[in-house]
Design a protein around this ligand. Sequence first.
Ligand code: APR
Ligand code: PHB
Length: 390
Amino acid sequence: MRTQVAIIGAGPCGLVLGALLAQSGIDALIIERKSGAYVLGRIRAGVLEQGTVGILESLGLDGRLKAEGLSHKGFALGFANRSLRIDLADLTGGKQVTVYGQTEVTHDLMDARAAAGLETLYEADGVELHEFASSKPYVTCKHNGMALRIDCDFIAGCDGFHGVARASVPKVALQEFERVYPFGWLGVLVDVPPCDPELIYASHERGFALCSMRSLTRSRYYLQCRADEDLSAWPDARFYDELRRRLDPQAAAHVVAGPSLEKSVAPLRSYVAEPLRFGRLFLAGDAAHIVPPTGAKGLNLAVGDAYYLARALHEYYREGSDSGINHYSARALDRIWKAERFSWWMTSLLHRFDHYTPFETRMQAAEFGYLEQSRAARIVLAENYVGLPL
Ligand code: APR
Ligand code: PHB
């Protein structure tokens, strides 16, 4: 087979890249290890920056997003039983975020791709990347029992943190930056109305809690837990008891308990690989970086990378210029590091760290007090939360 751009991975990053390339008339083939149903079964984040919504709009993919997505003009920070509303719209000159699940974004992208007759190889086994240091890279895999070779001009590694693309790069060519946090998030998805119309990020001496949602009838709740937490120790009743203890009394009183549709533990990690280009291979999305979920940046960063990479390839094919592909890595990393900083800051502010000394605990309290007192501090938080410009 032959294509211009071989995209590894059909997560949001690979699918957005595929859609943007199609818009530029660039031929791309997506190669995905799992089935479409499996990809859609993963429960992931749910807060879209305005820039992300803009990209989906430009692709004509905003129909369901506009009808079913929830506009959020603010959220609450809870700290030691005090509550502070971050008025995003007021602090950023009218910007807001949209609550719409990554699963739904993925669904819309997959449907549009299928409707446009664009090809995705699902359930591709043993994907391998070859010769990307040369001008004739290719990808091999097994699909429907057949060995395939896909010749291409470029390979886009959009295959997530555990994918094959970054693992194919010689270790000496890659610099890695990492922080693993000593805790995880225990998440529950449940068909009950959210306890508050806006998200609540709550810091508590028992640990962090987050009240989020997917719709007006579906809630998503998280509790800070041990990284190796045993799920079987968390029947629903215990989860809701613990959640209520970590929230302010008013929010706690509005938590409706219901049978969990999904319950899982996610580790928290900050990670960046540099650079993001190796000859004719580019890394994008979770393949290149991970943020802890506290600032809701993971999905938005993945879409941002896809946007930069699509623009770079557009310049290459449509304008005959190498400038975009030469600058992709630096351009994307600049924005990635700022989102890393914000996610690390928000994680550090709101979680309980067992190794913190009383001094560090007081620093968290002082930081929260400063946010309460200073509009300038709240603006810094708000402009990062709604997303830095693309
Ligand atoms: N070959 C082919 N496909 C692969 C391989 C492989 N060896 N390894 C992984 N994949 C696929 C995965 O099955 C997955 O569908 O690559 C896809 C990567 O998708 P995501 O993990 O969703 O990553 P990305 O598209 O970058 O989106 C990042 O997902 O994890 C969240 O918080 C994160 O919201 C962010 C978003
Ligand atoms: C979610 O709804 O899953 C969610 C929302 C906000 C976050 C992280 C996750 O910061």
